[in-house]
Ligand binder design. Structure first.
Ligand SMILES: [Zn+2]
Length: 307
């Protein structure tokens, strides 16, 4: 059975074949029952209780949908109703934003992800990642001219007729992994972690590498451990700003740790029993696990359950 991590498994049909049909997209935006999720500074609107997406009917947002604000087609629900994400960050006039504040609150996605129905964090992650990409790609990476949104938010096109370069939302692959040796797993901590927290090692895949090679390189660079076989576990979209976490286990072939001192302040082997105790929340283990929304938590949970 495949594992669906937080920020994956969104319920909407992306209907990507409709993105190039500008007339159809415009017609959906004009429908009063079309649903829109506003974002302010990349924080989505959530209901006052903080446990549901703050979808608003397009009829209430005509003023904003008529303005030239970034707006992305998110997809269709099972009833065929179109859903959009709208970036209202450019609306700096506080009173203008009051209708949104009346409907709920703008909140950080990480603070609410686990309070939302399954799959909804994925919808919000899509909106956040794509809106953030637009904010970061106002200019052409080829010639420096201004770019403009196309394909209902899934492309930006250079405005320079001699260039015409097309740019697409990016996803950056990251490997995140546990090296395993018998009943022990390799974990590390960064200086920025809360006291006692240990997690899986991680790093970006580089051009010309496959997943296995990136896993082997990162573990050796960060902890000095050589690993052999690499086993895929699951993946997780992580929209800060645009990562795809690829979770793996790796068979360790050496045991002596040498940390690089840059990325990690400590790496250590921990036993399955100690991790299990930490997972149960027992005190005195000295080990705090990453929160359940993180794929590292799911890797550690799988390792514990394999015992
Ligand atoms: Zn260009």
């Amino acid at each position: 059975m495949s594992i669906i991590n937080t920020f994956a498994g969104g319920p909407l049909d992306r209907a990507s074949d409709r993105r190039t049909d500008a007339d159809w997209i415009a017609a959906q935006r004009a429908k009063p029952d079309t649903r829109v999720i506003p974002y302010y500074r990349l924080q989505p609107l959530v209901t006052p209780g903080g446990n549901a997406i703050g979808w608003l009917p397009a009829a209430e947002l005509s003023e904003f949908l008529g303005a030239d604000l970034p707006c992305i087609f998110m997809g269709l629900d099972t009833a065929g109703v179109a859903h959009f994400a709208l970036d209202v960050t450019g609306v700096e006039d506080a009173p203008t934003l009051e209708p949104f504040r009346g409907a709920g609150r703008f909140m950080d996605l990480r603070a609410i992800a686990l309070r939302l129905p399954l799959g909804d964090p994925s919808t919000l992650a899509t909106g956040k990642a794509v809106l953030d990409w637009h904010a970061r790609h106002q200019f052409c990476a080829v010639c420096g001219s201004r770019t403009a949104m196309r394909m209902a938010g899934y492309m930006r096109k250079c405005g320079n007729q001699d260039c015409n370069a097309e740019h697409f939302p990016r996803t950056d692959p990251v490997v995140i992994m546990l090296a395993v040796r018998g009943d022990e797993a390799l974990v590390g901590r960064q200086k920025s972690f809360p006291p006692g927290m240990y997690s899986a090692l991680a790093g970006f895949i580089e051009p010309g590498e496959n997943i296995e090679e990136a896993v082997r390189r990162e573990i050796f660079e960060e902890a000095g451990i050589r690993v052999g076989a690499v086993h895929y576990h699951s993946t997780q979209p992580w929209p800060w700003p645009s990562s795809l976490m690829i979770g793996c286990f790796a068979d360790a072939e050496t045991t002596e740790i040498h940390i690089d001192g840059n990325e990690l302040e400590e790496a250590r082997w921990v036993s399955r029993n100690l991790l299990a105790a930490a997972y149960r929340g027992e005190t005195g283990t000295g080990v705090l696990l990453p929160p359940p929304m993180a794929i590292a938590h799911q890797l550690l949970k799988t390792f514990i359950e394999q015992g």
